[in-house]
Design a protein around this ligand. Structure first.
Ligand code: PDD
Length: 290
């Protein structure tokens, strides 16, 4: 079996040969940020936008970025040379490994950079054709959800609630408003108008969310960005999840009840087609990043 080549602090190495200090602040405090980039036949989908968001996350946690966006793109390409086909690249940067545990951020510490590649598990045909089940829960996470932090315990606990009942996601509600799901963004559709929650500190501004809003504009799909109430979620004609790995998926049952007709709706089918066309254009026109 060929080894899975990963990146660790500037070097390529087999994943199972990489070891990290137990004092690393990523391990001790979850003091780090990350990205997940989908790659189709060697072409990153919105690679630049992912590394720009990594920069914003690092700015928010006061961590100096060891690389420019262009350097990150080049490093990712080097790694992808070892991984042909459809992949997802995981990038994690932590505040590094200080000599002792202390909450205060140490000065002049070298960040730890880790990147690995895993086969991209795009949604199966069955999920696209029939949609997926979700549950809802109160959003018990912190109020800096716009940072793509590796401190994901809140998201993990939320996701497990849906996993426990065989559902695909947990859609979160804060003060009666939809925020997002445990690892995806949420859209609702009513009377052919799509709505997405505002891009504030209570959600991660998904790169897929952003792409979907652009594809809606290009494809003459009406879309509003505004607060979405729990009542709107429960009476929506369609509910969608978006993420780099889920792409766009229709939610067809919510807390065990059908969403709209109980089948993926026409606006979903249109957006799904626009998304697939975008992926196909990416492969044809821009071999590395778009
Ligand atoms: N999750 N919201 C949360 C909380 C997320 O974790 C994610 C992505 C998204 C969608 O973001 P994007 O469209 O940029 O993938 C929204 C990734 C895929 C993960 O943690 O694996």
């Amino acid at each position: 079996m060929t080894s899975n080549i990963a990146h660790f602090n500037g070097e390529l190495a087999p994943l199972d040969r990489i070891s990290i200090s137990p004092l690393d602040r990523g391990f001790i405090f979850g003091d780090g940020v990350y990205e997940v980039i989908p790659v189709y036949e060697g072409a990153m989908l919105r690679g630049r936008e992912h590394f720009e968001r990594l920069q914003r996350s690092m700015d928010e946690i006061r961590l100096a970025n060891p690389h420019s966006v262009d350097e990150w793109l080049a490093i990712t390409q080097q790694l992808l040379a070892h991984h042909p086909g459809n992949q997802s690249v995981y990038i994690q940067v932590t505040r590094g490994a200080p000599p002792k545990r202390d909450h205060v951020m140490p000065k002049d510490l070298k960040p730890t950079v880790f990147m690995m590649v895993q086969p991209l598990a795009s949604p199966p045909r069955e999920a696209i054709e029939n949609g997926v089940a979700c549950i809802t829960h109160e959003d018990f996470r912190w109020t800096k959800c716009h940072i793509k932090s590796t401190s994901l315990l809140g998201n993990v606990l939320a996701r497990q609630l849906s996993a426990d009942v065989g559902a695909t996601e947990t859609i979160l509600l804060r003060d009666g408003l939809v925020t997002e799901a445990s690892s995806s963004n949420v859209f609702v559709v009513k009377d052919a108008v799509v709505a997405a929650p505002p891009q504030d500190n209570l959600i991660l501004l998904g790169i897929t969310y952003d792409l979907v809003t652009r594809l809606a504009a290009e494809g003459a799909v009406r879309l509003e960005i505004r607060p979405i109430t729990e009542a709107e979620l429960r009476s929506a004609d369609e509910v969608w999840l978006t993420s780099s790995t889920k792409e766009v998926l229709a939610v067809t049952t919510l807390d065990g009840k059908p969403v709209g007709s109980g089948k993926p709706g026409p606006v979903f089918r249109r957006m799904h087609a626009l998304y697939q066309e975008h992926k196909a254009r990416l492969r044809k026109s821009r071999p590395v990043t778009a």
